[in-house]
Ligand binder design. Structure first.
Ligand SMILES: [Zn+2]
Length: 216
């Protein structure tokens, strides 16, 4: 296979949806003011030593928790070094995980957190767990939903490696459910995506699910 670097760089940028945020100091101070008003109105006393910086810390924490929008330069600079010519089999899968992640649900801006598992039937390339962790966090550290997260990980992984098959499985607890409303403490939401060989070969799917310890 001839590797077209330019085409694949474009594909990577498209699936990764980088926006490169820029927030000025003046905006940050204004946002801290909004949060101070909300916290105080909702009952938090901001006149103590422990809490006077809470609006500032909250805004900074929210910015850091959504750094996935800024991309991951290390992921982009290393993904193209994995290419090699190796004999391959369409029955051999590589399974990585659990990869822990924390995301913010876009409906409530509250965290959901859990574990990701990625399986693939390699073509010419393989990838290390550290890069998979970067890939999962790139999309998890945003305002998102679990159903989108699982698809984005599969899309980006496909653009990076073009394997014969991809399986992505996420299980997560959603704090927006546990902190309010239905209060389903410790219920897990599971999402999966099957691409390529996994779509047509049920034994690959079963092997993957058994390997990650999922309930069948
Ligand atoms: Zn939610």
């Amino acid at each position: 296979m001839v590797f077209d670097q330019e085409r694949d760089d474009l594909a990577m940028h498209r699936v990764m949806d980088f926006r490169r945020r820029s927030v000025s100091d003046e905006q940050m101070r204004r946002f801290e003011g909004y949060m101070a008003e909300i916290f105080e109105t909702f009952g938090l006393d901001l006149r103590t030593q422990a809490t006077e910086q809470t609006p500032k810390r909250f805004i900074q924490a929210l910015f850091d928790a959504t750094e996935g929008y800024d991309g991951d330069p290390k992921l982009l600079t290393t993904f193209d070094n994995e290419y090699r010519d190796e004999p391959h089999s369409r029955l051999s899968q590589v399974i990585e995980g659990p990869i822990p992640f924390i995301a913010l649900c876009e409906h409530h801006a509250l965290p959901f957190h859990g574990r990701a598992y990625v399986g693939y039937v390699a073509d010419e390339q393989i990838i290390g767990i550290s890069k998979l962790t970067r890939l999962v966090r790139l999309f998890a550290k945003r305002f998102t939903m679990q159903e989108r997260l699982v698809q984005q990980i599969a899309d980006a992984f496909d653009a990076m490696l073009q394997p014969y098959g991809i399986a992505v499985y996420l299980e997560a607890e959603h704090l927006c459910k546990e902190m309010r409303g239905v209060r389903e403490t410790s219920s897990l939401t599971r999402t999966s995506v099957w691409r390529g060989e996994y779509e047509s070969n049920s034994s690959l799917r079963v092997e993957f699910l058994l390997a990650i310890g999922a309930d069948l």
